[in-house]
Design a protein around this ligand. Structure first.
Ligand code: SF4
Length: 721
């Protein structure tokens, strides 16, 4: 890393616009703004409406403030997205904002990378260092030598603006580790990324591995439970007995990797017994005849062998599902990064829904965030990018949307310099040191970088390996861009002033853009100006949105919906896949299986944590169990293991030690661990030393169609440590 003073930087002619003085961009005066909307009294006490960010669901929050401090978070009962509900993580958000480990000043590394030695720096110096290094890398190696990566969040739009204005094609998101298979399958079948779901009137739900009672998506989890209370039947498919299984009428403990076989057999029953909606299929789909011709081999008896679920159960569920149609829903799932056949599983689920004609009843046209009603600041066009992307999109993965990418491949190709060498990495609120499979390789990729900068609220594991850390204000201290959803705009607004020197991402990206000579791409004076420019075409005032946490937008023209596939219909047979030489109709692909003495390594969600981001939260830790690896009681006994034994878990790429939880709630051929533990950063004083990380064990396998990672294809041995 090169360090230099701002004076040096300016002398070197970095970016004339960088002369902008830090501090011109005044932080919002929270109390004043809230007083104007009547949310606080003259003493600054009251309740301010904002939006949760303890996960990506964005529920409405009422933050109780007293004397300039936030003292309690409640659900906002008027909020139409979450109707007053906050999950445990949402209620614990205070402890993230007041985390004693918050990074509250820009930091510059002084020790070896990964040693955790930093010095405090002013914003001017820290931003100058980041900008100078980014400009040097661009000058010497081209903009493609700089990798950008970020989580999914509301300020991501300006992160992407920075990336595109800088001119790098290299964009890493977490999505290939999560839901690429689902999104690409929806695109191939429906021509849309994600159809909506409705539980209103639903009578039958097949839920494949979507543990909604623990992977809490507040409003959806609530409506699912309401539907069960109203009498809807839930069939839940998972090798583990999760809390969602506890709510289901039936739990099918399926063999991992065989969800595709099960859904092919459901389709077989529905077609062979003529239980499909012939009118809907004829009018709105293509490729039914080819599917009917190929599905005969996938009988319930065939699937029973693969899945371990009795043929009569498979047949009965298919019959019950079609009897309930159109008030039946085969849920697409969410984290569908399980096996390389997960893409075909997702295709089979979309087709199952199409066959019973539940479109417009339980399965809805996409809506939401893409709403065009809001405006945005003006900006010039982006420079043309000719360099290939390191993650192989689209030259190796033609169907993967650019904004999804293939993160594990990006990391692997950084190591291989394929097709060229990367030199810098700019990371915003993301923790690849924890999230990408085979952590050893991620640390090697960090070591290859000339320069790494991160933007984060706390010293996460990736910040720990960075050269500069830029402290972002927490979600209770800042504005983010407004979120459009349907005909409403939702706001995240500060309820307290930012602590220390923390700043909003909108501020940070603008400041950096100015220093990179890209000021024209950031034409907003401050955060409020940004939001006002968003609202300009709507006639809605910022005060209106602030007052309730959301505002109705003027009604636009009703969208005429059409399936955006080449045929304009639901493609049971995908012409796009056929042209590229892939199976155009879902066909069985045998997944790899563990050898004798090995187990499938499963990972999933715990209701008290969000991915890799919340483990340092003192309130959540207080109520979280020590993370242990689950093993079936019979298997444990056969292996001479007992509850709480310290065990060594070994995969092809790594080894961890962790305590054992002996349980009946998992198949005998699987073990399970909750991800997000095993932090490397000693700057996380609560989370450091707690549990182990699945990323030390996971091997990277990529599905060639969707680019999705196959997390459950890692097999492990377990022995007493
Ligand atoms: Fe916050 Fe929970 Fe809602 Fe996520 S589901 S936004 S953590 S309250």
């Amino acid at each position: 890393m090169t360090t230099l003073s701002r004076r040096d930087f300016l002398k070197m002619g970095g970016a004339a616009a960088a002369a902008l003085a830090v501090g011109q961009f005044v932080p919002p005066s929270v109390a004043q703004a809230a007083l104007a909307t009547g949310q606080v009294n003259a003493q600054g006490d009251g309740e301010i409406a904002t939006m949760c960010e303890m996960c990506v669901w964005r529920c409405g929050v009422l933050a109780k403030v007293r004397g300039g401090k936030v003292v309690k978070l409640d659900g906002n009962p008027d909020h139409p997205h979450s109707n007053g509900k906050l999950c445990p993580r949402g209620q614990a958000g205070l402890a993230t904002t007041y985390d004693p480990d918050r990074v509250l000043s820009p930091l510059v590394r002084v020790g070896k990378r990964g040693e955790g030695k930093f010095r405090e720096a002013s914003w001017e110096e820290a931003l100058d260092i980041v900008a100078w290094n980014m400009l040097e890398i661009k000058k010497k190696y081209g903009p493609e030598a700089m990798v950008f990566s970020s989580t999914h969040n509301l300020s991501q739009v300006q992160f992407e603006n920075l990336l595109q204005a800088y001119g790098s094609p290299n964009y890493g998101t977490q999505r290939s580790l999560c839901f690429n298979a689902m999104i690409v399958a929806n695109l191939m079948t429906y021509g849309m990324e994600e159809p909506g779901r409705s539980y209103e009137g639903v009578k039958y739900i097949i839920l494949t591995g979507r543990n909604l009672a623990e992977a809490i998506s507040n409003s959806e989890t609530g409506t699912l439970i309401d539907a069960i209370d109203r009498g809807a039947k839930l069939v839940y498919i998972d090798p583990r007995f999760t809390k969602t299984a506890g709510k289901a009428a039936e739990w099918l403990p399926i063999r991992p990797g065989t969800d595709l076989a099960l859904h092919l057999a459901f389709i077989n029953v529905i077609i062979s017994e003529k239980r499909y909606n012939a009118e809907f299929v004829a009018q709105y789909t293509t490729g039914f005849d080819e599917l009917a011709a190929s599905i005969g081999q996938y009988t319930p008896e065939w699937a029973a062998e693969k899945t371990g679920i009795p043929a009569e159960t498979i047949r009965r569920i298919a019959q019950e599902f079609s009897d309930a149609a159109p008030n039946a829903l085969a849920h697409n799932g969410w984290r569908t990064s399980n096996f390389v056949n997960s893409f075909q599983t997702e295709r089979a689920i979309t087709i199952l829904n199409a066959l019973v004609g539940n479109w417009g009843v339980t399965h809805l046209p996409a809506g939401g965030e893409e709403s065009g009603a809001l405006g945005k600041p003006p900006q010039p066009g982006y420079p043309r990018i000719s360099a290939l992307r390191l993650d192989g999109v689209p030259w190796k993965y033609p169907f993967v949307p650019l904004k999804l990418g293939v993160f594990q491949e990006l990391r692997d190709n950084i190591l291989k310099d394929d097709p060229y060498q990367a030199h810098g990495w700019f990371i915003s609120r993301q923790n690849p040191a924890q999230s990408i499979p085979d952590r050893r390789k991620t640390l090697q990729a960090f070591a290859k970088m000339d320069f790494i900068a991160t933007v984060d609220v706390i010293m996460n594991d990736t910040s720990w390996f960075s050269d500069v850390v830029l402290p972002e204000a927490s979600y209770l201290e800042r504005y983010d861009p407004l979120m459009p959803m349907g005909a409403k705009a939702f706001i995240r607004q500060p309820v307290i002033e930012p602590q220390g020197q923390a700043k909003s991402a909108l501020w940070i990206f603008k400041q950096l853009g100015e220093r990179l000579g890209l000021g024209d791409y950031f034409q907003y004076a401050d955060e409020e100006d940004y939001l006002n420019q968003q609202l300009a075409p709507t006639g809605v005032s910022l005060e209106e949105v602030r007052a309730k946490g959301y505002a109705e937008l003027p009604e636009g023209e009703a969208e005429v919906y059409k399936w955006n596939t080449p045929s304009g219909k639901i493609e049971i047979k995908s012409s796009t896949l056929e042209k590229a030489g892939f199976a155009a109709i879902p066909t069985w692909e045998e997944p790899p299986a563990p050898k004798s003495g090995e187990f499938y390594l499963l990972t999933g969600k715990d209701a008290r944590q969000t991915q890799f981001a919340t483990h340092n939260n003192l309130l959540l830790k207080k109520y979280d169990d020590e993370p242990r690896i689950w093993m079936n009681a019979k298997t444990a006994s056969e292996n001479g293991l007992v509850d709480d034994d310290l065990v060594e878990v070994t995969s092809e790429v790594g080894k961890i030690k962790v305590h054992l939880e002996v349980t009946q709630a998992i198949r005998p051929d699987c073990v399970y661990m909750t991800p997000g533990f095993g932090h490397l950063s000693m700057g996380l004083t609560t989370a450091y030393g707690l549990g182990a990380s699945d990323s030390d064990l996971h091997i990277s396998y990529t599905d060639p169609i969707s680019g999705g990672q196959a997390l459950s294809q890692t097999f492990v041995t377990v022995r007493k440590a």
